[in-house]
Design a protein around this ligand. Structure first.
Ligand code: G3H
Ligand code: ZN
Length: 284
């Protein structure tokens, strides 16, 4: 069933595992992710960026596609449809009106007081409707759709404490050196800050840029209060490879099902691996 992230993340933080946010780019991604989570009996967050929603013709199409899949695939695990990196209050409202059960308001680029004000406004709109809210502080490096960063800015623990207290958000994404897209070398995550932020409250922390983070860092992050880990690029790489291999192996192929089918399988296998790594199996 469709639910918000609130209960699944609070439970994850308390019990010491993380729920994956896997980004949806098209039908095959949604299928692969949902098939994997059902097989693993794991809760799941389907992340949808504004760019991906545009690609799929709009937020309503996304919600109706996922609702249809939940029915047709017989999905019984908890599923959240989450706006990834919502760029404004208006975009968050649009997502909630379309049926999203969760939103991220990413007002981390502007001044701190503006971030607080915008995030608070989103919480006031979302919570009465049972929709959960994620907010961000600091800057995640790299690029994802419309979200482009020149460098990385580490979140300040004191600002994190204030943002959580003054907005009532359900989970917090403190940028601590993670990057959207592949890492150049090993990631250098700010675990000292993460521990400090995690100790300030019971709020579930979110780790963006989950692609390419080694397992020992994933485990450390979970131990410091990370309860949500976002993964997109890894599924994109795996599915592209499946399409490329299929077309390279047979120059006569023209039925899209013959190459998008393997892409779906690749997403499913990748997500299944992440679920095991994050400890989400059998937590539905
Ligand atoms: O918001 C989505 C993510 O942070 C995904 O990051 O593409 O590096 O896995 P990634
Ligand atoms: Zn992100």
């Amino acid at each position: 069933p469709l639910v918000s992230m609130k209960d699944m993340l609070n439970k994850a933080r308390k019990e010491g595992y993380a729920v994956g946010q896997y980004n949806v780019n098209n039908l095959e991604f949604a299928q692969g992710i949902l098939m994997a989570t059902q097989e693993e009996n794991a809760p799941v967050i389907l992340g949808v960026s504004e760019g991906a929603a545009r690609y799929m013709s709009g937020m309503k199409t996304v919600v109706k596609m996922i609702e249809g899949l939940i029915e047709d695939l017989g999905i019984t695990v908890p599923v959240a449809i989450h706006l990834d990196h919502g760029s404004s209050y208006e975009k968050c409202v649009e997502a909630i009106e379309a049926g999203f059960t969760s939103v991220m308001i990413d007002a981390s680029h502007g001044p701190f007081e503006d971030n607080i004000a915008t995030t608070r406004k989103v919480v006031e709109y979302a919570h009465p409707k049972g929709v959960s809210v994620e907010a961000e502080l600091g800057v995640v490096g790299g690029q994802e759709d419309d979200v482009v960063a020149d460098g990385v800015i580490y979140a300040d623990p004191e600002e994190c404490r204030e943002l959580v207290e003054r907005t009532g958000i359900d989970c917090l994404a403190p940028a601590l050196g993670s990057v959207h897209g592949p890492y150049k070398g090993e990631p250098n995550l700010g675990f000292k800050e993460m521990e400090e932020i995690g100790n300030q409250s019971d709020i579930p922390l979110v780790l963006h840029g989950g692609t390419g983070i080694p397992t020992h860092d994933i485990q450390k992050a979970i131990s410091y209060g990370t309860a949500k880990i976002n993964v997109n690029t890894e599924n994109q790489i795996a599915s592209s490879k499946a399409v490329r291999d299929t077309l390279n192996n047979d120059s006569e192929v023209y039925d899209p099902r013959k190459y998008f089918g393997p892409a779906r399988e690749a997403v499913k296998a990748t997500v299944q691996g992440k679920i095991k790594e994050f400890g989400t199996s059998n937590k539905a």
